[in-house]
Design a protein around this ligand. Structure first.
Ligand code: TRP
Length: 348
């Protein structure tokens, strides 16, 4: 608490600094409702209570096979969709990871204090190396080191991510402890923030799996899809042959219910839940209502997206501003890090 600085004013002023938050998303092109309900909607809400830095992590995308033109385009599409979803450059810092060179600089340094054994244990390394056995590269192994650099470059205290990312943030904490132990207290240990309300939406075509673009265009709803496209995809969504007593809801049906609830259609949700229990539900009705609710819920995003696509300056300005803010913060951290670890500093 301090006294207000204007003369004759005796008000006490409480200065509250917002906690700093970092999160990243791989540039997978157009965003789908799984990304939106599972992460981005939460990011949007957090802008008001935290000091947020959000990144499209293109360096991470390079650890699995990719096409250069596609990477560029998918980064652009992801940025447009983030802005359309409500990521507001007035409230947060939005960057493309590779545009702030200190991410890779710090990653190198952290790589020198991270034991190999820690990285070989990371579950995503095992999964991805099984998936792409011909593309086993050093970047894939050190993926979590780059992620640690992303987070601690800004001394972020919290990281909003899904459960699947918890091992990466745990590893970040271990790296932080090691760095602080070896070179003196420098970084806070970041905490995972997972929101219970964030929904894990299933693929429409293979409801046992999470919604993902890799399962094909009819398996996901992009946030920019037209009401007709949304309807067509939802009407074809895989469900089951109908409820029978005592059975647990099948993943496809559960996901339709989840979509209804996530877009705020609580009344319809309850009505269909009653019908489900009474075994009188008709899935065609459930699908029609869900399609309407989703199309309506995405309408403001669709409109905003149109606006951004017609005025690319909005995106350019947001990125220029984000880059400037992020680079300034990053430079400050790096100057401290360089001193701590003994890199040559001619001014000393
Ligand atoms: N690995 C994250 C994912 O696949 C993306 C990511 C990269 C990230 N750097 C980050 C998430 C830093 C949170 C913080 O979703």
């Amino acid at each position: 608490m301090t006294l207000c600085s204007s003369p004759n004013c005796r008000w006490k002023v409480i200065i509250v600094t917002k906690r700093r938050v970092f999160s990243g998303m791989r540039p997978t092109g157009r965003m789908h409702v799984g990304n939106y309900l599972g992460a981005v909607r939460n990011w949007v809400q957090m802008q008001d209570t935290y000091q947020c830095i959000y990144a499209v992590v293109d360096y991470h995308a390079m650890t699995t096979p990719y096409e250069p033109d596609q990477l560029n385009q998918e980064t652009d599409e992801m940025l447009v969709d983030l802005l359309a979803s409500g990521i507001d450059p007035e409230k947060c810092t939005l960057i493309v990871q590779s545009q702030v060179p200190q991410h890779s600089e710090l990653a190198w340094i952290l790589g020198t204090i991270t034991p190999l054994g820690w990285l070989e244990r990371v579950p995503t390394f095992k999964e991805k190396s099984d998936m792409h056995p011909d593309y086993l590269n050093l970047g894939l192994l050190s993926y979590p080191v780059l992620q640690a650099a992303d987070i601690i470059l800004y001394k972020a205290e919290a990281v909003p991510v899904g459960e699947d990312q918890r091992p990466h943030v745990e590893l970040t904490r271990e790296i932080v402890r090691r760095f602080n132990h070896m070179f003196g207290d420098t970084f806070p240990e970041p905490q995972v923030i997972t929101k219970k309300e964030t929904a894990r939406i299933a693929s429409l075509t293979e409801p046992g799996k999470k919604m993902s673009k890799s399962l094909g265009p009819s398996s996901y709803i992009a946030i920019g899809d037209s009401p007709e496209q949304i309807r067509e995809k939802i009407m074809k969504a895989v469900t089951d042959t109908g409820p029978s007593s005592g059975d647990e809801m099948s993943p496809g049906v559960a996901s339709l219910f989840l979509l209804l609830r996530s877009f705020g259609a609580e009344e319809q949700y309850q009505a269909f839940a009653d019908e489900y229990r009474a075994q009188t539900i008709r899935y065609v009705d459930l699908k029609e209502t869900t399609a309407d609710v989703v199309a309506q819920g995405l309408q403001p995003i669709r409109e905003k997206k149109q606006e951004i696509q017609n005025n690319k300056r909005m995106l350019e300005d947001a990125l220029a501003q984000g880059r400037e803010t992020a680079t300034a913060l990053a430079a400050e951290t790096m100057s401290e890090v360089r001193n701590r670890i003994g890199l040559y500093n001619p001014r000393m």
